[in-house]
Design a protein around this ligand. Structure first.
Ligand SMILES: [Cu+2]
Length: 225
C-alpha cells in the first residue's frame, strides 16, 4: 500500500507541463531515454558500491585480503569505467541523431529573441507576420528550427516536452529543433539565470494542425508547406 502510494507519487512527478520525462515528440523522447539510461547506470553503480560496503562491514576479513591499491584501482577505475563508457557512447549516439541538420527536412524556421525578461518570436518564413511575445505557434508533426539569440545577457530557450535546451547568446545564433507529434499547448522557460525577472520568463508553445497554424498566424487558407 505504502509502496503503491510512493510509486504513484513518483510517477506523478514525471508528468506535467515542464517535464522532460513526459515527452511529446521524438527529440524530447530521445532526451528522456538518455535520462533513464543515466539513471539506470547510476543505480547499477550505487548498488555495486553498496554491495562492497556491505561486504566489508559484514566480513571485514574479506576486505582486508585486498591491498589499498587494489581497492583504488578496482573500485575507482575498473568498476565505474565500463559503465561510464557505455553511457558516454549512448549519449553521443543520441546526440548525433539529435543534430538539427541531420536528415532530409524543410523545417519551419523561427527566431527566438530573448529580452529581459520575455521572448519575442519572429516567423522567418512569414515576414508579413508580426513578431509574437511569449507565445510560439508551431505546426504539429513538423520539424521546427528555433534560432535563438539575445541582445542583452545569456538566456536559455527550453521547451522540455518538445526538444533540447539551447543558450540564447548575445551576438550569436544557436539552433535547436523542436518537434511535436501531437497538437496541444506546451510550457517553455528560460533555462539560464538572467536576472531578477528570470523566474517569470516563461512562454507557451501552441502546436496546431496545418490549417490552425496558418489561422493562428493570420495567414490565408492554404496548407503549411
Ligand atoms: Cu533567464
Amino acid at each position: 500500500m505504502g509502496g503503491t502510494l510512493l510509486g504513484a507519487l513518483a510517477l506523478a512527478g514525471c508528468s506535467g507541463d515542464l517535464s522532460a520525462l513526459d515527452p511529446a515528440g521524438p527529440a524530447a523522447r530521445d532526451i528522456a531515454r538518455l535520462w533513464w539510461a543515466m539513471l539506470a547506470g547510476s543505480v547499477v553503480l550505487f548498488l555495486l558500491v553498496m554491495g562492497l560496503f556491505a561486504l566489508v562491514m559484514l566480513r571485514p576479513e574479506a576486505g582486508r585480503r585486498w591491498s589499498p591499491r587494489t581497492w583504488i584501482a578496482g573500485g575507482g577505475i575498473l568498476m565505474p569505467v565500463p559503465i561510464l563508457f557505455v553511457l558516454v557512447v549512448f549519449a553521443f549516439a543520441q546526440g548525433e541523431q539529435h543534430l538539427p541538420w541531420r536528415g532530409e527536412h524543410n523545417p519551419v524556421r523561427i527566431e527566438a529573441r530573448a529580452h529581459m525578461w520575455f521572448w519575442e518570436f519572429h516567423y522567418l518564413d512569414y515576414p508579413e507576420v508580426q513578431p509574437m511575445v511569449d507565445v510560439l505557434h508551431i505546426p504539429a508533426n513538423y520539424d521546427v528550427d528555433v534560432i535563438a539569440t539575445s541582445d542583452n545577457v545569456i538566456h536559455g530557450f527550453w521547451v522540455p516536452r518538445l526538444g533540447g535546451k539551447i543558450d540564447a547568446t548575445p551576438g550569436h545564433e544557436t539552433l535547436v529543433r523542436l518537434y511535436a507529434d501531437r497538437t496541444g499547448s506546451f510550457g517553455g522557460i528560460c533555462a539560464e539565470y538572467c536576472g531578477t525577472g528570470h523566474a517569470g520568463m516563461t512562454f507557451r508553445v501552441e502546436a496546431h494542425t496545418p490549417a490552425e497554424f496558418r489561422a493562428a498566424l493570420g495567414l490565408a487558407g492554404e496548407e503549411a508547406e
